[in-house]
Design a protein around this ligand. Structure first.
Ligand code: PLP
Length: 419
């Protein structure tokens, strides 16, 4: 708490409690838990649903997109999304809709068969590094297969590299989760120096992989549009060409439940992936690939489409920031991110108070992601971090929820200070 007089603190608490009572009586019903696109965002891709249409089913190489085959994806789709991700089309695989499913497959295949340069992980002590705060589904995926989760702190350049370099000296550490652009949930974009160190660091496990989840590569909230990074180039340059498994999808570009998911990597990694995938399927949904390429057309088309998302999303992020600034600015009770892209705002508050904030918010009818969700095993030892997801509700709902949340953070901090 900043040095305020006891009288000033008591007055603050009285105001906050009165406001809480008034809001509690208002019967709000707001949900800030879901990092989902809103219906208005999904509507942006409405035109895609009529495509390819009208017997337009022949691909650029003359294949019938309705038929089996095309395991790696259509050349036109690989060209378009390769440009988006900054990887050559021949090193990209276009899959079904979910990149999480692609990550799941890679974990299972790594466990059962081993990745290029390694052997099966079954029966071995396997651990993954998890930058924290991070994405709960990454953690759950590893946990489900008995892979140990080792938290690594984040700073504003990405994972703290001194910690990472120390931890990868353990041969049990076979992988690391990375969301390099507009990280979930901090919004941090890894610096060039951090990416270079990840590409070049010495790992004890010869088959160590960066699980490089570029879920938010083009999801800008400002007019700045950083160029795609080149992790494949960096790893190759550092003599570790097979180090990165790259994942991405169009879930938050076109349709969250009916987009396209991508895998990319070195030549050896792509050959390995296709070998496993070829036993799992005769080929992906190529009509959906045609639909996407016809609709988005080229990289400019993707950027235009993402600018339309930005126009819907930026006011929601602004509403949250304004509410936090208005109630908590200058009090020294909490810090929050000002993301330039991605889907979340992270708030760090007085230690030991995040669970209490969630409880207080519930009392106002505001649902928040459980405290701890952004840490491995759902446990944040500091109980201080909350992830806010402002994308799905309307701007007015987001504003009302954010004002309520800011109030709860204020109240919890006053309680913690015994006021
Ligand atoms: N990766 C990250 C970092 C995410 O935040 C999300 C969704 O929120 C996903 C992956 C899910 O991707 P998909 O819809 O392609 O399965």
């Amino acid at each position: 708490m900043p040095a305020l007089s006891p009288e000033a603190l008591v007055a603050q608490a009285a105001e906050a409690r009165a406001t809480y009572a008034r809001l509690a009586a208002a019967g709000l019903k707001l949900d800030m838990t879901r990092g989902k696109p809103s219906p208005a965002q999904l509507d942006l891709a409405e035109g895609m649903l009529a495509l390819p249409g009208n017997r337009d089913v022949v691909t650029e190489t003359g294949e019938d997109a309705r038929n089996y085959g095309g395991l790696q994806g259509l050349p036109e789709a690989r060209r378009l999304f390769g440009a988006m991700l900054g990887v050559p089309p021949d090193l990209l695989v276009v899959n079904e809709n979910s990149s999480l499913a692609v990550m799941h497959d890679c974990i299972v295949w790594a466990l059962l068969k081993g990745v290029p340069g390694g052997s099966s992980w079954v029966g071995k002590d396997v651990a993954f590094l998890c930058p924290v705060p991070g994405y709960d589904r990454h953690f759950a995926l590893c946990e489900g297969f008995g892979i140990r989760l080792i938290p690594v702190a984040m700073d504003d350049e990405g994972p703290v590299m001194e910690e990472v370099e120390r931890l990868v000296a353990d041969p049990a550490v076979r992988g690391m989760w990375c969301v390099p652009t507009y990280s979930n949930p901090t919004g941090v974009t890894y610096s060039d120096a951090t990416m270079r160190r990840l590409a070049a660091m010495k790992t004890a496990a010869p088959d160590f992989r960066l699980f490089w989840d570029n879920a938010y590569g083009v999801h800008h909230l400002t007019e700045n549009r950083p160029a795609p990074h080149d992790i494949l180039g960096l790893t190759a340059e550092a003599g570790n060409p097979d180090r990165a498994f790259i994942f991405a999808s169009t879930s938050k570009i076109t349709l969250a439940g009916a987009g396209l998911a991508f895998f990319a990597g070195s030549k050896a990694n792509v050959a390995w992936y296709l070998e496993q995938a070829g036993r799992r399927t005769i080929g992906p949904d190529k009509l959906n690939q045609l639909r996407h390429t016809r609709f988005l057309r080229d990289l400019d088309g993707i950027h235009r489409h993402m600018a339309a998302h930005r126009r819907l999303l930026a006011p929601k992020f602004d509403a949250v920031l304004e509410a936090l600034d208005t109630r908590l600015g200058g009090l020294g009770l909490a810090r929050w991110t000002r993301p330039e892209g991605g889907y979340f705002i992270t708030v760090e508050m007085v230690q030991g108070s995040a669970k209490r904030v969630v409880e207080l918010a519930r009392g106002l009818g505001i649902a928040l992601t459980p405290a701890g969700a952004t840490s491995p095993y759902g446990k944040d030892p500091t109980d201080s971090v909350l992830r806010l997801a402002p994308t799905y509700p309307t701007v007015d709902e987001v504003r009302a929820a954010a004002e309520g949340i800011a109030l709860c953070i204020h109240l919890a901090a006053l309680e913690a200070a015994g006021v």
